[in-house]
Design a protein around this ligand. Structure first.
Ligand SMILES: [Fe+2]
Length: 526
């Protein structure tokens, strides 16, 4: 093989991955080339260029001129050998530097991973996303195949994988606390467990591998503990590449477990507070609803309808919380309206109606006293706007169009719909076609048109499930049959539209459910 061995070609011939056998192979190839040149199988010129000889030199027939040529070639060969030796040294030096850089990278890998974890903590609020980052970085830092964070259920008898890297997306692993699993053992003992060879360790139960088809080689588990020192979960890493987990790995995982535990504890506390606030507001709202058995559940239903519309309108998550609390509390001001008026079995006088109207302002005044967080600061205003109308004829501020918060416009639709489809002192549930007519006639003067559209496009079963919760009884299972049609279609069917095969019986079924269980002494006033 002829080869041009000048500096350019050597540089070009350098393998991209300069460590390993490729370097050795290349140097060997160069050496063989020199040997062949010495055997005069190739001609080497002074500039290092080489090509095959046309015929093998016969030294016995050398002429004086040929002797000079031989000297020149010998000189060129020596130079080539010298260059080769220098390049070999250069290559080895580069190789050493590369190894050094690799070692430095290995040393820095955990630090760079930690940097990304800290950065995520500063920018990401959602626990799931944070744990996802932590486990992904841990996987890289510890060079392991699987990495999971298990959280202990509040009732304390099961651990479940809040995040799991290396297993199928969306897979949740559940581990009974009383089981033989190393995760459960870690949670029970609250000790770090490092198993270098799973199949030779009595603490490892190979049943799990048999069930999942996974081959566990080594395991490192670190308990997650809260500030009180109680175990709240387990951080598990499996199958380190290139050998068992080291003491250094243990230290890293303990640090990461402390971070994860802190985040989980914080999220759990936040959830508990949120649940407490939710339940407190729900209870406050019910104290108003329950003053009158016929309006019981109104606030909760309005909240549920509002959420259905909000979801259909894809409103941001933060706004959904404002919507939920505002809808829940929208009628709270009724606490300031005399029961004799609220419960009046007949039409209200103008004076009485004016008194009822004060509830929107009272809602605002009372809710404004509550220390809502900045995120929820709009709740009092939104809640107090639920009787405003787009044309400005509503109360209590007489706001118009865009002056009315969008979320309040959602609550308005939900509130009116619930009022019309609920039994009231002065009337039965209104016929559904008439309800639709009233909603339609309110487009652009009372209601936001796109919200009416969104409501009518809702799957009928979801609307009916909220509606039927009014009676405080078990929601009929047949309501699932209404998944197939929208609320709009249900209205059309009740209005005499020709039913498609899959819609047959839905109309009768709906009417049976809608009109069931009315009070025996009910007297319609409308
Ligand atoms: Fe109201």
């Amino acid at each position: 093989m002829a080869k041009n061995l000048n500096a350019k070609s050597v540089k070009k011939a350098l393998p991209i991955n300069i460590y390993g056998d490729e370097i050795g192979a290349y140097i060997e190839e160069c050496r063989q080339f020199v040997a062949r040149a010495r055997r005069q199988e190739v001609i080497v010129e002074e500039n290092g260029a080489a090509h095959k000889t046309k015929s093998r030199y016969a030294t016995s027939r050398r002429s004086p001129g040929e002797e000079t040529d031989l000297d020149a070639r010998e000189k060129a060969l020596r130079k080539l050998e010298s260059d080769l030796a220098k390049r070999e040294v250069e290559l080895i030096e580069r190789e050493i530097k590369y190894y050094g850089a690799q070692q430095e990278l290995d040393r820095l890998r955990p630090l760079s991973g930690l940097y990304r974890v800290v950065k995520a903590m500063a920018t990401e609020r959602k626990l799931e996303a944070l744990l996802d980052t932590i486990t992904r970085e841990t996987q890289t830092m510890l060079k392991c195949d699987r990495c999971s964070v298990f959280v202990l259920e509040p009732r304390g008898d099961e651990l479940w994988s809040q995040v799991a890297q290396g297993v199928g997306a969306g897979t949740v692993i559940r581990v009974p606390l009383a089981s033989n699993s190393v995760v459960a053992l870690t949670a029970r003992s609250a000790q770090v467990i490092n198993i270098p060879d799973a199949y030779s360790d009595h603490r490892f139960d190979s049943e799990v591998d048999k069930q999942t088809g996974y081959l566990t080689r080594n395991i490192l588990c670190v308990p997650l503990t809260n500030r009180k020192g109680e175990t709240i979960g387990v951080f598990e890493v499996l199958n380190k590449s290139g050998g068992p987990f080291t003491e250094e790995d243990e230290e890293w995982l303990k640090g990461l477990a402390a971070v994860a535990a802190g985040l989980i504890e914080q999220a759990q506390s936040y959830e508990e507070i949120e649940h407490f606030v939710d339940k407190t507001l729900e209870t406050l709202a019910q104290t108003i609803d329950k003053r009158d058995p016929l309006t019981a559940g109104h606030s909760i239903r309005v909240t549920r309808y509002s959420i259905l519309i909000g979801e259909a309108m894809n409103i941001p998550e933060g706004d959904m919380d404002v919507l939920r609390y505002a809808a829940m509390m929208h009628d709270y001001g009724k606490i300031g309206v005399p029961e004799a008026i609220l419960w009046k079995n007949g039409r209200l006088t103008p004076e009485e109606y004016a008194l009822v109207q004060t509830h929107a302002k009272i809602t605002y005044d009372l809710l404004s006293n509550l220390p809502f967080t900045r995120r929820l600061s709009e709740v009092p205003f939104v809640a107090s706007c639920h009787h405003e109308k787009l044309d400005g004829s509503g109360y209590y501020r007489g706001l118009k169009g865009q002056e009315i918060p969008f979320l309040a416009r959602i609550i308005t639709v939900a509130d009116v719909f619930d009022a019309l489809t609920s039994v009231r002192h002065y009337r039965n549930r209104m016929e559904i076609a008439k309800v639709a007519e009233i909603m339609e006639s309110g487009r652009e003067n009372h209601f936001e048109s796109e919200l009416i559209d969104a409501f009518f496009r809702l799957p009928a079963d979801r609307v009916l499930k909220v509606m039927e919760s009014e009676r405080g009884q078990v929601v009929p299972a047949e309501l699932d049959l209404f998944q197939a049609i929208t609320w709009q279609r249900l209205v059309e069917l009740t209005d005499g539209a020709k039913a498609q095969p899959h819609e047959e019986e839905l109309k009768d079924l709906f009417e049976r459910i809608y009109n069931a269980g009315l009070p025996d002494d009910y007297q319609a006033l409308d």
